[in-house]
Design a protein around this ligand. Sequence first.
Ligand SMILES: Cc1cc2nc3c(=O)[nH]c(=O)nc-3n(C[C@H](O)[C@H](O)[C@H](O)COP(=O)(O)OP(=O)(O)OC[C@H]3O[C@@H](n4cnc5c(N)ncnc54)[C@H](O)[C@@H]3O)c2cc1C
Length: 547
Amino acid sequence: MNTRPKKRIVILGGGFAGVYTAMHLEKALRRHDDLEIVLINKENYFVFQPMLAEVVSGSIGLLDTVSPIRRMLPRTDLHVREIESIDIEKSIVTTTPGFNPHPSVINYDHLVLAVGNVTDFRGLRGLPEHAIPFKNLSDALYIRNHVIHILEEAATEHKCEGLREQLLTFVVAGGGFSGVEVVAELNDFIREVIKNYPQLNAREVRVVLLHALDRILPELDEKLALYAQKILARRGVEVRLNARLEAATGCEAILSGGERIPTKTLISTVPSSPNPLIDALPLPKERGRLKVDASLLVQGTNNIWAMGDCALVPTPDGGFCPPTAQFAIRQAKTTAHNIVTSIRGGERKLFQFKELGKLGVLGHRSAVAQVFGVNVSGFLAWFLWRTIYLMKLPGWGRRLKVASSWTLDLFLPPELVQLQLTNSRGVSHEHFEPGEEVFHQGDVGDRIYIIARGHAEVVREDAAREVRLAHLGPGEYFGEMALLNQTTRNATVRCAEALDVISIHKREFSVLAANLPSMRESLEKVMSARSKTSEMLMSVELSHFQN
Ligand SMILES: Cc1cc2nc3c(=O)[nH]c(=O)nc-3n(C[C@H](O)[C@H](O)[C@H](O)COP(=O)(O)OP(=O)(O)OC[C@H]3O[C@@H](n4cnc5c(N)ncnc54)[C@H](O)[C@@H]3O)c2cc1C
């Protein structure tokens, strides 16, 4: 009987790198019982990201791209938690509390860092508030629901020209694989389902792809990238090259040259940044990725391993591995082998893998592929894409589900059901640019706004004049009158200097006002003082006007 204590291997992240490492470690457990595997991931499922764009268009079902980690890894102790911190000195990982209000602390003998990277909009004006990332299942679901909601709104508001233009313009920023795939699927989906909206005209739909460089898909051979550009343009996607997204508001995408594209849908797959967990670690990094040696051990350590998108893994030819699933899966096998040899003894392997190819779908049964150095495009590339990725899906059950979704999709129209996943519009953050209106006099009042940063002007229009009633700054709020008096807006609020606000929907606001009498009282006092001031200002203006 083995009396030695088990070595605990803690894997952070349940993506390609983390899950495949645990799978290979489980194989090493078959004949020995000397290891304990713990995997910590935010979700209890593994996402097959290459097929995520198809969830947006509904070509495959909502759950077809995900697999429950527990079924994939029966001998691994799964913790579905957010990782809060990693203490390398003490060899512990802390996760956020669940129902038990204490953070949980897990110690490790070997640590595997596989937390991927993140789409980080920080520092880009208005993007954290208004741009939608495209990285995981919840993003794909959100985009799908949002687009259906937008089409419903456009059909109802089809007589309101400015708004209709914003609603029918869909912008995707980032011309890499994920940006191109999502814009292609989105374009196909919108142009197909718009037939169900007799009030809308497909010719008014604009689907725009913004890319900062002079050609899309920089990872691919130029010929294939130009082919992809041509195919997208033929299907109605406006491909805007050398166009960098700089800022956003709730109704515009703003480019670096100052051009403004009216839109209520902005999806951005860029910029890709290091996971904040990795950023905080006192370990060697380059370009935000952990520096590892060819055995996947983090430089300067003897029990910390890293791979996948969060690591900079050297290749035998002196370069570095690209951040793709194809590499993450192979790196996972090497890592698992090397962890086992460092515990049981044996020779470590060095990571050596030559990329097999690159594939990207362009919707409508076409794709581009570079396989073993050969360029393929059109239907054949699409067929290759589907066959290769179908076989890469984990488990036959999942493969069967996807194959049947794809078959049905050939004959049936796409689903158009908008899932209302939440019944609360709650509290949100919004950004406005100078000159933009937060709301207009006469609008229905549905939110109250608290200024976090910037300034706003309150103006009232009367007899073709505009009277400035107030200038508001950080810490002040507006929009309460229409909510408390249940009337329409009695003034216009316009952004004077780049404005970040916290807006509270009237439902949540009513709950607060009903349960916090002191808050309601103070709001009513402010409201009455503001009413008096505005009456006075309006009568002064009127007398000026009459004189
Ligand atoms: C839309 C899209 C399409 C793609 N298509 C392809 C393709 O066709 N071919 C290809 O080879 N590659 C493709 N990629 C790239 C590929 O998916 C990545 O390279 C791969 O997922 C990297 O694996 P990873 O394990 O390093 O990171 P990820 O797969 O991102 O996994 C990281 C995991 O860590 C978890 N995590 C992160 N932070 C925390 C935390 N604080 N607490 C708890 N859990 C945390 C995340 O929830 C996630 O499960 C695509 C990527 C995207 C976004």
